[in-house]
Design a protein around this ligand. Sequence first.
Ligand code: 6GU
Length: 269
Amino acid sequence: MRIDVVSIFPEYLAALDLSLIGKARRDGLIDLAVHDLRDYTYDRHRTVDDTPYGGGAGMVMKAQPWSEVLERIDESGPLATRPVGDAPAAAATVDDASSTEAEAAERPVLIVPSPAGAVFNQAMAYDLAEHRHLVFACGRYEGIDERVIEWAEDRFDVRPVSLGDYVLNGGEVAVLAMVEAVGRLLPGVVGNPDSLVEESHSDGLLEYPVYTKPAQWQERDVPEVLLSGNHARIARWRRDQQLRRTADRRPDLILELDPESLDKADRVL
Ligand code: 6GU
């Protein structure tokens, strides 16, 4: 997958060199570039913002630097996905899967992080993971001149996305979260793909509680069922814990459950 991030604080995205996503980049599974919006300005102060028409507090990001950086990203074509030197076999697999003709013709997805966007969730992460090229446009201040968003519709599949109902100073932290959520779903990024199956939100429910050795710690016991070796009982207990936890902490998710996904033995307590 190719990912471009545009920001006036490119250093903010340095964390994408670390951990699982950093390794996926070094392995050639994710081809990620960060662009400094100020490189697309021409004045001495490298100005990216101006006062809002109609008045009001704060500043608005100017259209011109945005259109120039986005044109550049759109026209630069697929970056070299393969590391220099001997290409590892893992990179070739993803290359094959992501360069069919249908997918090559697809427009890049332009994600615009904004508290005014649709709320990001695991279903969106799965959807974005299917695309060949994601572009993240990090706004700051009161946002980007709306004409950029309209203009971009001709070349990109534009999606304003929010992390939740609170306000951040800019899109960078949201991009860190979204790239991690999407990146870990790409083939080969998470070492054991089974760990993607039984995690919170993968089936619309929160995850069950987990325990490890020792079996007794500070006079607290691991639930007896988990030591029983009875796999059917363990599965039933975990499912009940998921349902109870979700009903307690996220009743909104219970209402969204597909009745078809419920087991005959399921009953929400
Ligand atoms: Cl994606 N951006 C900003 N600036 N604030 C947010 C957000 C995004 N999600 C929640 N608050």
